[in-house]
Design a protein around this ligand. Structure first.
Ligand SMILES: Cc1cc2nc3c(=O)[nH]c(=O)nc-3n(C[C@H](O)[C@H](O)[C@H](O)COP(=O)(O)OP(=O)(O)OC[C@H]3O[C@@H](n4cnc5c(N)ncnc54)[C@H](O)[C@@H]3O)c2cc1C
Length: 499
């Protein structure tokens, strides 16, 4: 008899949903294993303090391989109860319905927009929106920045974009999923709402749920063509736990990394590292997608007020000439005086940012070493496809046009980088960075490159599924967290035979 019905690896956005939903059935024994700690720090709680999470104990704090001319990019990932949802910028946005319909028609039946809608609604509580489309009583409480508290620069950007003809929408996750929007933020009563806060912590007293933090899952115990459990190291001591089914929710870096360490992946690459091949699955770690961003940095003559929210507040989804069925570009502010690595930040100022949200580029996640815990080679392939440079150039043009309007000029902000008159293309290559949204490395679908099938089973093996950002066949054209919640909600239903 296995010790557990389910072992969930990783207590991130998806893992907390899975552990909480699975353990609602008191006949089901669940073990949740998380590498990070259980603290809920100030930086994980106070919305405007979220940047302090970066580089903290709650961040894996890894970097990418060199990207374009910018060198290695910072690549934070949550390492704590709640994972990314405990350290991220709290944007809560769905992708365009056509994106999910593309998943379904591309080999993942059951994952189209109408299929996912009940799970989106189940995960959230979004008062003030259309209750046919948005959740009314789910665990994740969300709301946009209150009109009276909106940052003046965010308001000026919204006004500038509107003045040059961008449509305005009252809900990017609702019936009109493009335009300028005061998006929902996972903030309630002035505090962040992570999946640990909303799903896991209320379930911690259940006798059928065991949660262990602060140890590393090092591999999967595969016997024949069946996964029987996991190996781990806790307090320096190796151990095993067995289950009828193991669910990987270690994220778009952690899940493929564990499969590869366990001998599940491209046979040639595994053998080159001296790993025994358990299953030759060419797609593991391939198809890494992320949203590249480029900041236009502005300086101010006098100090700006502090954001009372996430230093973002207003997000705009638009289509470039290259868009294919849904917006491929996002523009948003970072209401802090930062600059791209290698460029001097202003003493006072902020940034207007362009992000490619439907990138053509693809990258990969590979092992650098067969040692569990060693940082992998993360290559999001930013700008590998020149169409993404074209999209970012369109984004910088849009930002500069909005910044030239009277409503934005009234802020007194002046462009510092790339600088007035500077052409954008060279700057884009030097300044590109990540929106911190990796996805796609255990692609769901059919065919030789798929890693999981449409019910999330890892190809050819029983007792092993993946349910997190890594299963997305195509990255969301929006922040991913709301979609990861829905993936995990549907996955829990599949595991319990209810979906
Ligand atoms: C700085 C930052 C800002 C972001 N801003 C936003 C935003 O505003 N809106 C949005 O929608 N998205 C945002 N994201 C992205 C979003 O948070 C992620 O897409 C989401 O959290 C992914 O969820 P997941 O469950 O797939 O993985 P994660 O939440 O990353 O969870 C994986 C968990 O597995 C654990 N783990 C990994 N390997 C092991 C192992 N071997 N053993 C044990 N445990 C392991 C990790 O520690 C982690 O807790 C941001 C991300 C970051 C880092």
């Amino acid at each position: 008899m296995p010790e557990f019905d389910f072992i969930v690896v990783g207590a991130g956005t998806a893992g907390c949903v899975l552990a909480a939903r699975l353990s609602e059935d008191d006949r089901v024994r669940v073990l949740l294993l998380e590498a990070g700690g259980a603290d809920r720090t100030r930086a994980m709680t106070v919305p405007s303090a979220w940047p302090e999470n970066l580089g903290s104990d709650a961040d894996w704090a890894q970097v990418t391989t060199p990207q374009a001319e910018a060198g290695p990019a910072l690549y934070p990932r949550g390492r704590t109860l709640g994972g990314g949802s405990a350290i991220n910028a709290m944007g809560h946005v769905r992708a365009h319905p056509a994106l999910y319909d593309g998943w379904a028609s591309g080999g993942a039946p059951g994952w189209g927009y109408r299929d996912l809608l009940p799970y989106f609604r189940r995960s959230e509580q979004a008062p003030g929106h259309d209750p046919e489309l948005r959740g009314t009583d789910g665990p994740i409480r969300v709301a946009p920045a209150a009109p009276a508290d909106r940052h003046p620069v965010a308001q000026a950007l919204a006004g500038g974009l509107e003045a040059i003809g961008c449509p305005v929408t009252d809900d990017l996750s609702g019936a009109r999923p493009e335009g300028v929007a005061w998006v929902d933020l996972a903030i309630a009563d002035g505090e962040r709402v992570s999946s640990a806060d909303a799903y896991l912590r209320p379930a911690l007293g259940r006798p059928n749920l065991v949660v262990r933090t602060g140890g590393l899952v090092t591999g999967l115990d595969v016997r024949g063509d069946s996964c029987a459990g996991v190996s781990y190291v806790w307090d320096g001591i190796p151990g095993h736990a067995s289950a009828a089914e193991v669910v990987l929710a270690a994220g778009a870096v952690g899940s493929p990394q564990l499969l590869l360490l366990s001998g599940i992946g491209p046979a040639g690459a595994l053998r080159a590292l001296g790993l025994d091949v358990v299953a030759d699955l060419a797609g593991v770690g391939q198809n890494l997608q992320d949203h590249p961003v480029v900041m236009v940095t502005y300086q101010a003559a006098a100090a700006l007020p502090r954001s009372r929210y996430n230093h973002g507040e207003v997000y705009t989804a638009v289509r470039t000439e290259l868009a294919n069925g849904y917006p491929d570009l996002q523009v948003f502010p970072i209401l802090r005086p930062l600059a791209a690595p290698g460029f001097d930040a202003p003493a006072v100022g902020c940034n207007l940012v362009a992000a490619v949200v439907a990138p053509s580029s693809r990258g990969s996640l590979r092992l650098a070493s067969p040692v569990p815990g060693a940082a992998p080679l993360i290559d999001p392939g930013f700008l590998a496809d020149p169409r993404d440079v074209d999209r970012l150039e369109a984004g910088l043009d849009l930002i500069r046009a909005a910044a030239a309007t009277d409503v934005f000029q009234a802020t007194g902000l002046t462009e510092l980088w790339p600088g007035p008159g500077a052409g954008p293309r060279d700057y884009i290559g030097r300044a590109v960075g990540s929106y911190y949204h990796p996805a796609g490395t255990c692609r769901m679908g059919v065919g030789p490159d798929a890693v999981v099938d449409p019910v999330l089973r890892v190809g050819g093996l029983s007792g092993l599924r993946v349910a997190d950002a890594s299963v997305m066949p195509v990255i969301t054209n929006a922040h991913p967290n709301a979609t990861v919640l829905a993936i995990a909600e549907r996955a829990a239903g599949l595991l319990l035979g209810q979906a």
